[in-house]
Design a binder for this molecule. Structure first.
Ligand code: ADP
Length: 507
């Protein structure tokens, strides 16, 4: 395969810029595409060339395959990097690139097909002995059949869209009483979001952790994993904070999950960067959830602890090079990423697009801000309202939390409302500090975390934090006299959650 000389990035915002940065470092020319709403966007200014691809709605611009391919041809780009979202997991686009003689920087279409629909992916994983969340491997045709199956595996269950993504088309069902409305709403949300109303059933796992494994494969048959990311801090099934290493993983569990993730990737002849997502239950059993056949939003935390540039690796693999390492590197230190959104936590996280009148971005040692905005920029209301990903590295988890807090306290965004205080409240929460938070954490602590904009609620948040910490300590003293392995960093370092909360409030 020839060297790549010019890459068109079929995306926008922070991820387009992040990909272009690596291209520049590798001496590769960059091409942006932009919609009407993105004429003055930062990714357009960052690229060497830029091509207009249509009106603001992504369906009419970033998702129109032919426009993207036409731009690539006009620019003379020899490769396309899809980023995440948009066309990144679209097998027909991969085939269209191939037909046009353009290298798609990502997995082959067949691997995407095999992992695309959740039901098909589950069936493929069962075939090779990868443990999946118990449930059906086929979409369910009628509500009556669904009820029958739910009765068989026992409530609570999760109705999930086969074509799902982004936490859409998913409903927890407690019992027969709420079955009908959940069935109807899951199906209609699935149809609206994915053009496919197929729904299947999974057993609802109580208090699971979302732990995912980064995998990488080259075209020479080498498949490795690059350790895990803990992504259990989720709001409405969408990640808000990610970290690595996972505070709940032992080296043995990491090795086991890594091995299974590699097996999953091999089963579908995977090439490039991918992520195998697992749910880990309270007994530390793990189950395959899905595979994302692209670069993840949260890849910087893996870059921090491995010292690798995952985009550079993607490009090397697309050029036909062998992976430079043949086993997982031992994670070095700890990294945390928080997603900064233009949204208002005190108004039910309503997006708050608008003009950024003032911006100060955090800096200092081991702080990285992957952003797509600048002072004077107007955040459009057509796309995901994430404006930046702030990630930090430190030798230990405790220091990484302190560094993330410090960095967030430097972040100043004026003109629009952001979730920065909410992020600080998460990092200060005893459950997070302790390091054993499950996917229900943000939902359960909603009021405490979300109300921090209001000084009165802030007092309540502190009080709730203190009560929580007290109860937790008392419980721990009763049940775990020796403390808990895996969360040692958070518990032995003994930074008082109280102090952290107070400190963050003073800022
Ligand atoms: P999507 O592709 O829409 O992101 P996923 O299947 O990856 O959906 O699930 C997203 C999140 O939803 C998980 O990280 C977890 O928090 C929750 N979830 C999904 N399936 C289950 C389940 N069977 N039991 C409990 N929680 C689940």
């Amino acid at each position: 395969m020839p060297k790549i000389r010019k890459v068109l990035v079929a995306n926008r915002g922070e991820i387009a810029i992040r990909v272009m940065r690596t291209c520049k470092e590798l001496g590769i020319a960059t091409v942006a595409v932009y919609s009407e709403a993105d004429r003055s966007a930062l990714h357009v200014r960052t690229a060497d060339q830029a091509f207009f691809v249509g009106p603001p709605p992504s369906r009419e611009s970033y998702l129109v395959q032919q426009r993207i391919l036409d731009a690539a041809k006009a620019a003379g780009a020899d490769a396309i990097h899809p980023g995440y979202g948009f066309l990144s997991e679209n097998a027909s686009f991969v085939r269209a690139c191939e037909a046009a003689g353009i290298t798609f920087i990502g997995p082959p279409a067949a691997a995407m097909d095999a992992m695309g629909e959740k039901t098909r992916a589950r069936a493929n994983m069962i075939k090779v002995g990868v443990p999946v969340v118990p449930g059906t491997t086929e979409p369910i045709a009628t509500e009556a059949e669904a009820r029958e199956y739910a009765q068989k595996i026992g409530f609570p269950i999760m109705l999930k869209a086969a074509g799902g993504g982004g936490g859409k088309g998913m409903r927890r069902v407690e019992g027969m009483g709420d079955f009908e409305s959940a069935w109807r709403s899951a199906k209609s949300e699935a149809l609206n979001s994915f053009g496919n109303d197929a729904v299947y059933i999974e057993k609802y796992l109580e208090k699971p952790h979302h732990v995912e494994i980064q995998v990488f494969a080259d075209t020479h048959g080498n498949v490795i994993h690059l350790n895990e990311r803990e992504c259990s801090a989720q709001r409405r099934h969408q990640k808000v904070v990610e970290e690595t290493p996972s505070p709940i993983l032992t080296p043995e569990l990491r090795a086991q999950m890594g091995e299974v993730a590699v097996k999953a990737a091999k089963a579908v002849n995977y090439v490039g960067a991918g992520t195998v997502e697992f749910l880990v239950d309270v007994h530390r059993n793990f189950y395959f959830l899905e595979m994302n056949t692209r670069l993840q939003v949260e890849h910087p935390v893996t870059e921090w602890v491995t010292g690798l540039d995952l985009v550079a690796l993607q490009i090397k693999v697309a050029e036909g090079e062998k992976l430079p390492l043949l086993e997982a590197p031992t994670p070095r230190g700890h990294s945390i990423e928080v997603r900064v959104y233009a949204e208002d936590p005190s108004r039910n996280f309503m997006p708050s697009p608008g003009k950024i009148t003032y911006l100060r971005v955090p800096g200092g040692p081991n702080v990285r801000d992957d952003s797509g905005v600048f002072p004077g920029y107007t955040v459009p209301n057509f796309y995901d309202p994430m404006i930046s990903k702030l990630s930090v590295w430190a030798p230990t988890r405790r220091e990484a939390i302190a560094r993330a807090q410090r960095a967030l306290s430097e972040y100043v965004v004026k003109g629009i409302t952001t979730n920065i205080r909410y992020l600080k409240a998460i990092l200060a929460h005893p459950e997070f500090v302790e390091g054993d938070y499950d996917t229900g954490f943000l939902g359960r602590e909603h009021t405490t975390l979300q109300g921090v904009e209001d000084p009165k609620l802030s007092e309540m948040a502190l009080l709730a934090s203190a009560v929580y910490a007290h109860q937790r300590d008392a419980k721990r003293a009763r049940t775990m006299p020796g403390g808990k392995a895996g969360a040692a960093d958070a518990s032995s370092g003994r930074i008082s959650p109280w102090r952290l909360a107070l400190r963050s409030r003073r800022r």
